[in-house]
Design a protein around this ligand. Structure first.
Ligand SMILES: [Fe+2]
Ligand SMILES: [Fe+2]
Length: 270
């Protein structure tokens, strides 16, 4: 089974890339399941229900979020009733949303999806190690394919999660920094790992925001809106191959698609 995991979708440029690239990638790469981190879909912060629907219509089967999950509170009813999106599992128990989801891929293969937040340089949350152990213990025995979105600032946090979960989950894939790393690997036990798959959005800015908004604020301390940048939109993610019976990963490959690749006659990830 082949899974495409897409990194933080930022604003309209990120949404447009997903809408254009995902249908092409599904065919060209023979993707069975698409998972996307959508915490920045709405103007860089949170997601509205309309954008949630658009991503699902574009072929995204399941969504994870992150620290920006509740920035657009209109999404809360969707988080509570829809079974294709989960909240971080290490949020407090009263936080709206599911602490994991299980989706059905083609041929009825069940895939569990879990989101975890890191604790370094981020708002304090519950222990991600204990949270993921609790969720894994509660999973039905026939769920072998498990994908974890490690949404964290520090690379060490992500490596710690990777080694805590190696041999127990199919993949630990990093998000949140918006910067792709080149450390993709298969950890012992068949767990695909990468520190960060990168951002799906405009690479002309600073982590997706306009330079002429972020840089002056940093220099003079006068706040202004951090609008989303516009140029050089790219889709960033990873493709993971899994054995559907054991859940073990056999390969992980980085994906980066820019606007030129979308226009190319060959398939977009070539
Ligand atoms: Fe993000
Ligand atoms: Fe984040």
């Amino acid at each position: 089974m082949r899974i495409l995991f897409i990194g933080d979708i930022v604003g309209t440029p990120g949404m447009n890339m997903v809408k254009q690239a995902v249908p092409l990638l599904r065919v060209a790469e023979k993707i069975d399941l698409v998972i996307a981190n959508a915490e920045n879909a709405s103007a860089g912060s949170g997601i509205y229900p309309t954008q949630y629907k658009q991503l699902r219509q574009a072929g995204v089967d399941a969504l994870t979020m992150g620290d920006h999950i509740y920035k657009k509170t209109e999404i809360i009813p969707t988080l509570e009733k829809d079974d294709r999106v989960c909240r971080p599992a290490n949020f407090p128990p009263g936080a709206p949303g599911r602490d994991h989801i299980i989706v059905s891929a083609p041929d009825g293969i069940l895939v569990a999806i879990i989101s975890l937040l890191g604790r370094t340089y981020m708002r304090p949350v519950d222990c991600p190690f204990q949270a993921v152990d609790r969720v894994l213990q509660a999973l039905p025995a026939d769920v072998r394919c498990i994908v974890v979105d490690a949404h964290a600032e520090a690379t060490a946090d992500k490596y710690l999660l990777g080694h805590h979960l190696k041999g127990r989950v199919s993949a630990v894939l990093g998000t949140h920094t918006h910067v792709p790393t080149a450390d993709e690997q298969i950890l012992p036990g068949g767990t695909a790992f990468i520190c960060d798959v990168g951002m799906t959005g405009p690479y002309s800015g600073i982590l997706g925001r306009r330079v002429d908004r972020v840089l002056p604020t940093t220099l003079n301390f006068v706040p202004q809106p951090f609008d989303v940048a516009t140029d050089d939109a790219r889709l960033a993610g990873a493709i993971v191959d899994l054995d559907a019976t054991t859940g073990r990963a056999s390969a992980i490959r980085r994906v980066m698609i820019d606007e030129a690749a979308l226009r190319a006659p060959r398939h977009p990830s070539a």
